[in-house]
Design a protein around this ligand. Structure first.
Ligand code: ATP
Length: 339
C-alpha cells in the first residue's frame, strides 16, 4: 500500500477522536473518509497531513515512516472547506505560490499555471482576485494551487460543503476527473454519503473514532457489515420481525436481516407468492424520477422506492414481496457499541 496507517490513535483528554485505526491506501486511489459529525474524520485527515501529532501509532508513505516528518516536509497538497486563498494575490499568483517559494524558473511556473487553469476550467480568470470569484471558482483555485507542486498525496477536507447543491455536483465530477487524469492518491473527508458514493474508489466509514467498514461503495451499500453501515448509507428495511421469511443468506441470533427500499416488489393480491405480506399505504412522496412509499405491514413500516410516479391512495391495501435473493444479513452489533 502507498499510504499505510498502523494502529493510529489521537486522544484529546478522554475523547478518543481516532481510536486504533489501521488501513492502507493505494497509489492511484481516491478514498473518502465518511461518517457522522464528531466521528473523527477531520482528526484522521489532520494526522495524515501532519497537522496533528498521533497519541500512538505510526503512518508510512511508500514505506517511509512519517511520524517525525513535519507537515511542510510531507509534500502533500491540502484543500480546506474554507477556500483560504491569499486575498491580495491574483488567481495566477495563488496557483503559482508553491512553485514561486520553491524558486522555480518563471517560464516553468507560467506553463504549469496555464495547464492547471485549463485542468480546473478557469481559463480567462487568471488576473482576477479571490473576491471577484464565486465560491466554486475559488475552490477550483484552491485545488489547482494544491496540485501545482505535484503533491505526493492530495488531502481534501470537506472541500464542497460550503457550496450550493448544483455547484457541488459539478465539482464532484471535475475533482474526480482531475484526480484520475493525474493519477494522484487522494483522501477526502466528507459527511455527505452521495459525495462519497459517487467519488470514491473506497470509503472509510467511521463512527466514534473507529473504522466500522472500509470498502468500495458497492461493498458498503450491498454488503454492509453491521447495522450502522446498513442504516448510514441509504435506508435499510429491517425484516427481523417478519415471520417465515425465506432467505438465501445465513442468519443467526447476532445478525439482522434487511432489504433496500428499491428491492421491495409491489405485487397484486397474491399471497401465495413467497415472502409476500399484506399491508396498507401510509405515505407517498412522488419526487419525479423516483418515488417513495411507506407501507405498514406486520406492525412495522416498510419503505419502498420505485421509479416514476406512484399512483396509489393512502390507506389502500397493497402486497409487498421481499425477493429472497435481495435480503441481506449484517451484524446487529456495531464495533465498540451495544445496540
Ligand atoms: P465534523 O463532521 O463535525 O467536522 P469530524 O468527524 O471531523 O466532525 P473531528 O473534528 O475529528 O470530527 O472530532 C472528533 C472528536 O474529537 C470530537 O469529539 C471533537 O470534539 C474532538 N476534538 C477534535 N479536535 C479537538 C481538539 N483540538 N481539542 C479537543 N477535542 C477535539
Amino acid at each position: 500500500m502507498y499510504l499505510e496507517l498502523k494502529n493510529l490513535s489521537k486522544h484529546f483528554g478522554d475523547v478518543k477522536a481516532v481510536n486504533n485505526v489501521s488501513l492502507g491506501i493505494g497509489k492511484n486511489e481516491f478514498v473518502c473518509i465518511l461518517g457522522p459529525s464528531g466521528c473523527g474524520k477531520t482528526t484522521l485527515l489532520r494526522l495524515i497531513a501532519g497537522l496533528e501529532e498521533a497519541t500512538t501509532g505510526e503512518l508510512f508513505l511508500n514505506d517511509k515512516n512519517l511520524v517525525n516528518v513535519p507537515a511542510q516536509n510531507r509534500g502533500f497538497g491540502i484543500v480546506f472547506q474554507s477556500y483560504s486563498l491569499f486575498p491580495n494575490m491574483t488567481v495566477t499568483q495563488n496557483i503559482g505560490y508553491g512553485l514561486t517559494i520553491r524558486k522555480k524558473p518563471k517560464d516553468q511556473i507560467e506553463k504549469r499555471v496555464l495547464e492547471l487553469l485549463n485542468l480546473v476550467h478557469l481559463e480567462g480568470q487568471d488576473e482576477k482576485f479571490p473576491h471577484e470569484l464565486s465560491g466554486g471558482q475559488q475552490q477550483r483555485v484552491a485545488i489547482a494551487r494544491a496540485l501545482a507542486v505535484e503533491p505526493e498525496l492530495l488531502l481534501l477536507d470537506e472541500p464542497l460543503s460550503a457550496l450550493d447543491a448544483k455547484v457541488r455536483k459539478t465539482l464532484r465530477v471535475e475533482i474526480r476527473e482531475v484526480q484520475q487524469s493525474l493519477g494522484i492518491p487522494t483522501v477526502m473527508v466528507t459527511h455527505d454519503q452521495d459525495e462519497a458514493m459517487t467519488m470514491a474508489d473506497r470509503i472509510i466509514c467511521m463512527r466514534d473514532g473507529i473504522v466500522e467498514q472500509m470498502g468500495t461503495p458497492d461493498e458498503l451499500y450491498n454488503q454492509p457489515t453491521n447495522a450502522f453501515i446498513a442504516g448510514f448509507l441509504g435506508h435499510m428495511n429491517i425484516l427481523d420481525s417478519f415471520k417465515k421469511l425465506h432467505v438465501d443468506v445465513d442468519t443467526n441470533e447476532s445478525n439482522s436481516i434487511g432489504i433496500r427500499p428499491e428491492e421491495v416488489v409491489i405485487t397484486d393480491n397474491n399471497l401465495k407468492e413467497r415472502n409476500t405480506y399484506i399491508g396498507k399505504v401510509r405515505h407517498i412522496e412522488n419526487l419525479g424520477s423516483v418515488s417513495l412509499m411507506q407501507i405498514f405491514a406486520e406492525e412495522q413500516t416498510i419503505l419502498v422506492e420505485q421509479t416514476g410516479f406512484i399512483k396509489r391512495v393512502i390507506g389502500e391495501e397493497i402486497f409487498v414481496t421481499f425477493p429472497a435473493d435481495k435480503i441481506v444479513s449484517f451484524s446487529k452489533s456495531i464495533i465498540g457499541a451495544d445496540v
